[in-house]
Design a protein around this ligand. Sequence first.
Ligand code: GUN
Length: 290
Amino acid sequence: MILDGKKLAESLREELAAKVSAFTAKHGRAPGLEVILVGEDPASQVYTRNKEKTANELGIRGVLHRLPVDASEETVLALVKKLNADDAVDGILVQLPLPKHIAERKVLELIDPAKDVDGFHPMNAGLLASGLPALVPCTPVGCMHLLALSGVELSGAHAVVVGRSNIVGKPVAQLLLAKNATVTIAHSKTRDLPELCRSADVLVAAVGRPEMIRGDWVKPGAVVIDVGINRVPLEGGEPGKTRLVGDVAYDEAKARAGAITPVPGGVGPMTIACLMQNTLDAATRRIASR
Ligand code: GUN
């Protein structure tokens, strides 16, 4: 089974558009999402433009703030502060990575946790780890939707998460644990990674190394979720031509997996759809908490 994230994201967006429209009718204003981009990283420019565009297509008031690469830390902090104080703003997202002269932690920790639609604030990370309602990082939520689509029973399953980032590895491990999976978090220091992966009923790859996970690391019938998006040179193509590959050697793994996400078209399209869901959730909770 190929887990089609593009199609699943499409149906999620359709459902969301209806919910956003109901929110706007009820409260007399649309949910608001503000995206901050500092600098001109090409991938970040594409991602942030897509976030703004998708928001507006769904009826969310999406605004993209572009700051120059040499914007000071104070400028970024001042913008976050202003958006924190603006009652029409429900979601604030600062695109990462930030230029080196800006302290990422300082910026992320200034975002009002109630508006932290990326779920990167330590308050939301702690709420998630405690099993309490939180704004949860978008990519891990997308992974859980794809696992639901696969039909795999998570309760009692062995889930191996390869990668321990705050953005994907740790939060997806928490979500799997909350579904009663037995979770192993593996990383660059893990011994005999291939053998560990072969014991996984659910294998989540989030390491950022092109095609590192080989087909014979996959237990026959396992569900494989590939979070990696890596640009590699196109063999036999013109110099400079590239293609996208995941962290999993797709063709090899597909031959053994029970279900697998493609790259592109798997986890990637789900992330922005989940960001829109988080924005609507943040808006709804902020109004309910008054
Ligand atoms: N950079 C790469 N992924 C992400 C993400 O999910 N959110 C933000 N803010 N920046 C990113």
